[in-house]
Design a protein around this ligand. Structure first.
Ligand code: DON
Length: 318
């Protein structure tokens, strides 16, 4: 009900009750000490596990935040959502479907698997599909492709974005599993032979620095059919919102996607940084940041907070 009120125009009452809910959830889950921060990218292991923030941005441009909302971290897998949008704009829906599927895997995000028949990666949210997706972003060379990617993030967030060089080089020098996936796709002719360039761009996109407030605004931009609700700038063609949100809904939380859809009921995407974005179409974007992860690579506090937010604000789509 509160979710509906947010759009009713009675913003004074709505804002304060929304903030009350965020403050409640923050103090409720602050002491939850479960999960472990991601360590397979050495630079990420250094993060403070106590950092915790919850932010909501509404489609009418209000931002509500609690906790460490200004703390920067690398966006990691959450970037896959936005890179998919750019690749769709560059290549169109039909071509994208020939290169990357839209089927959930039920496997871990870093599973080395391709569809048996088509040899496509299953979907753009798992690593293999994300690497293939990023390889399809257009540009005359690596610099132009990176700049186009950064410009796309700027439109969603509303300010310039930067790549964390230490995290980028840390992943580039240790990301053998992702390299193996790229080689497997190359073996089947499913990716351009210049895989090192594609991997570099993928590692750079994962190392883009954002804070929790940025996550909420990015999610709100998707909720607002591609227009950033604060700057009013368009970040993605409206035609592709349904593509993006559908794959987020079915694949965004990896092998937890089914349970997430059942319990929480809104499109979402997690990253091993400990961030989660969730999109309530035409209403709001949610960002949560808390580094300790469960075994599937989803933020422990992030999942709990979204579950409770969905219940308390009545956000489930069905
Ligand atoms: O490619 C990787 O493994 C990381 N750069 C991103 C993985 C990730 O965030 C998965 N999310 N749960």
């Amino acid at each position: 009900l509160l979710a509906n009120q947010v759009n009713s125009g009675d913003s004074e009452i709505d804002s304060s009750s929304l903030l009350t809910v965020l403050n409640d959830l923050h103090s409720q889950y602050k002491s939850l000490n479960e999960g472990a921060v991601a360590k397979y990218i050495p630079e990420l292991a250094k993060v403070n596990p106590d950092l915790f923030s919850i932010c909501i941005a509404t489609v009418d441009g209000q931002v509500h935040k609690v906790g460490d909302s200004e703390q920067f971290f690398t966006i990691q897998s959450i970037s896959k959502v936005f890179a998919y949008g750019l690749a769709l704009e560059d290549r169109g829906r039909d071509y994208m479907l020939t290169r990357v599927g839209v089927e959930p895997t039920g496997d871990a995000f870093n599973a080395i698997i391709l569809d048996e028949q088509s040899k496509r990666p299953y979907n753009p949210m798992v690593n293999a599909g994300a690497i293939a997706t990023t390889s399809l972003i257009k540009g005359s060379g690596p610099t132009e492709r990176l700049n186009r990617m950064l410009e796309m993030f700027r439109q969603y967030i509303g300010h310039d974005v930067f790549v964390d060089m230490s995290v980028f080089t840390s992943e580039r020098s240790t990301g053998h599993r992702n390299r193996a996936m790229a080689h497997l796709m190359l073996n089947f002719g499913m990716i351009d032979p210049n895989i090192e360039e594609a991997l570099d761009l993928y590692f750079q996109q994962c190392a883009v620095l954002v804070n929790c407030q940025d996550l909420a605004v990015m999610a709100a931009t998707l909720a607002n059919k591609g227009i950033n609700p604060i700057t009013k700038e368009r970040a993605v063609d409206k035609a592709y919102i349904k593509d993006i949100l559908s794959v987020m809904y079915t694949c965004g939380m990896y092998n937890f996607a089914g349970e997430w859809a059942y319990k929480i009921g809104i499109p979402a995407k997690s990253g091993i940084c400990g961030g989660i974005i969730a999109v309530v179409p035409n209403q709001m974007g949610i960002g949560v940041f808390s580094p300790p992860l469960d075994v599937r690579g989803n933020s422990v506090r992030g999942v709990k907070v979204c579950e409770e937010l969905s219940q308390r604000l009545g956000l489930h789509l069905f």
